[in-house]
Design a binder for this molecule. Structure first.
Ligand SMILES: [Zn+2]
Length: 293
């Protein structure tokens, strides 16, 4: 119960920051920055997190138009889109990447992934990473196995685990958590025939025990919903993602992507206090790291 409440409060803080930020004046950014090839140190990876795209009556949905504007901004400002496999190969020193890159991620496995996102991905030459809560596959409002198979077969869409039941991983016993990690992976792999090595924390919650369980089960990457940039120093089990929802105007989108100091400081100060109070030490530690960047 405490964790459910805690989620609501965490989301509340995020919304409050958005609102405050809308009201305050913003620094304008003219980007691009150099487009050199990353030697490992210079790479700056922005990961965006979407849920539904299209006309839905849902706070965690954005219109196709907003999505396209956001992608346009990134392309126009010198960012290149990469897949998770690209990021993994880069981390292993197998390939080089431009310094400014972005990754698109979509959580939960909503049917809009197939109906709206997949056509946009094909049309615009994008790549996407989709995190499935596997219990929902083949149920109303969610992707079915045939759609997942088709998207995966296109080579443009990768699939990761978002657990089986979408419970907060920090509330589960080790045995149950292991089951969530193993069963969700098996389900996805049986549909796509491809390896699953990435996880997105349900509701953005995690702790040290969850990271250990992920490592023990050979997951190489895990995605939070803490905003920020990713580079070679980022813990691969604590990847930063910027959540895009209806509250994110274009101005705020740019401020998150370009790491507006005032916005980040405000967000992470509030989040640090909250996480410390709730004994969420992994979250508090990440907040501290971000505050000292
Ligand atoms: Zn989710």
């Amino acid at each position: 119960m405490k964790n459910i409440k805690s989620n609501v409060v965490l989301r509340g803080i995020l919304l409050a920051v958005f609102t405050l930020y809308c009201l305050s004046s913003l620094t304008c950014y003219s980007s691009p920055g150099d487009l050199g090839i990353s030697d490992g140190q210079g790479l700056r990876l922005v990961i965006l997190n979407y849920h539904k795209i299209g006309n839905y009556n849902d706070f965690y949905s954005v219109s196709s138009k907003q999505f396209s504007e956001q992608v346009d901004y990134l392309f126009n400002n010198g960012y290149a889109v990469i897949s998770l496999a690209d990021f993994r190969s880069w981390r292993q020193g197998e390939i080089e990447l431009p310094n400014k890159v972005f990754m698109l991620t979509f959580d939960d496995g909503n049917k809009s992934d197939y109906e709206t996102v997949y056509p946009l991905i094909k049309e615009r030459g994008l790549k996407g990473v989709f995190f499935l809560k596997t219990k929902a596959i083949n149920t109303e409002g969610y992707l079915n196995a045939a759609q997942i198979k088709e998207m995966s077969g296109s080579g443009l869409c990768e699939f990761g685990s978002h657990s089986v039941t979408h419970r907060n991983v920090n509330t589960l016993s080790k045995k149950i958590l292991n089951g969530e990690l193993i069963d969700s992976r098996n389900t996805i792999q049986s549909i796509t025939g491809k390896d699953v090595y990435a996880f997105a924390y349900p509701n953005g919650m995690w702790d040290e025990a969850a990271m250990e369980a992920l490592m023990e089960n050979d997951y190489q990457f895990a995605y939070t919903v803490m905003p920020g940039m990713n580079d070679l120093k980022t813990n691969p089990l604590e990847l930063r993602r910027i959540i895009i929802n209806r509250g994110v105007s274009h101005k705020i989108f740019v401020a998150w992507v370009e790491r507006d100091e005032k916005l980040y400081k405000r967000y992470y100060s509030a989040m640090f206090k909250k996480a410390s109070r709730d004994g969420l030490s992994a979250v508090a530690k990440l907040c501290e790291e971000e505050l000292h960047k």
